[in-house]
Every structure is written in structure tokens, then in C-alpha cells.
Design a protein around this ligand. Structure first.
Ligand SMILES: [Zn+2]
Length: 146
């Protein structure tokens, strides 16, 4: 089956991305995270080890990269509109990401396969190993207008 490109971004358009999804039209996992940040922010995340994420940040001065807890990931948040479209973790010189399904555009929410996750208490090594297996392993982030 051929893939599809799904566009998304923050509310004001400062953070934009294209998610290349390997299996066009297929179910999209949507994991409601139970961590303290995601409970406050409504974070519901998706990833696929065969997906690719191309992100563009038009005005880097309006980007907030937020870290907490084990400090192994950055939440990319638009300082202008407050949306958090994706999270990036750098592991062994590779960027991995998960995308907030609430920031996908023109997508039928019937495709979301929702589940709840809670990784509180997971140690850092297991956390990084899990990300290497499940997160999007092909991430490009460009800065500036193009
Ligand atoms: Zn924005």
C-alpha cells in the first residue's frame, strides 16, 4: 500500500509539518498520554517507525522548547498560539519524534485508534529503547521562511 502525506501544525501556522505516513488511509494510533504535562495540555500522540516528519518553523523566536522530568525530550510549542504539535527526542545522534494528532489537518478522526498510556515510573533506559522502536525515526526540522 502506498503512503500518504498529512499536513499539520500549530494554530497560527508558525510551526508547520508534513507527516509522511507509510500506510495511506490506515488506522492512526492515538495515545492519550497520562503524564502531568499531557494531562494539562491534552496531548494525544501518534508515531510509526516507518513514518517521516518534515517540520518547518517560520519564526524560531516564537518557538518554545519545553523539557521536564527525565529531560530526554523537547516539546515543541508555539509561543504565539500555544499549540504543541510534536515532541522530539535525540537518541544516539538520531532525532525521533511523536506528533500530536490534535494538530493533524483534514483527517477523519474515525481513523484514530485511541488508547491511554502512562509511562510514569519507567526508567530512562527503557524509555529511550521504547522510543527507538516506536517513534518516528526520520525527522527533519528546518528554521526560517521558505
Ligand atoms: Zn502558533
Amino acid at each position: 500500500m502506498s503512503g500518504e502525506s498529512i499536513n499539520g501544525g500549530c494554530h497560527c501556522g508558525n510551526l508547520r509539518y508534513t507527516l509522511d505516513w507509510p500506510d495511506g488511509g490506515s488506522e492512526i494510533p492515538a495515545r492519550r498520554c497520562g503524564c502531568s504535562f499531557c494531562r494539562k495540555h491534552g496531548g494525544i500522540w501518534t508515531s510509526n517507525p516507518d513514518a517521516r516528519l518534515l517540520a518547518q518553523i517560520a519564526d524560531p523566536s516564537q518557538l518554545s522548547r519545553y523539557q521536564f522530568g527525565t529531560v530526554t525530550a523537547h516539546f515543541y510549542i508555539c509561543s504565539n498560539c500555544g499549540a504543541a504539535p510534536f515532541v522530539v527526542s535525540e537518541i544516539d545522534d538520531t532525532l525521533y519524534a511523536v506528533v500530536n494528532v490534535n494538530t493533524l489537518e483534514k483527517i477523519d478522526s474515525a481513523r484514530f485508534d485511541e488508547s491511554a498510556t502512562d509511562f510514569d515510573g519507567e526508567d530512562t533506559d527503557s524509555r529511550l529503547e521504547r522510543r527507538k522502536k516506536n517513534w518516528i525515526p526520520d525527522v527533519t526540522i528546518a528554521f526560517g521562511q521558505d
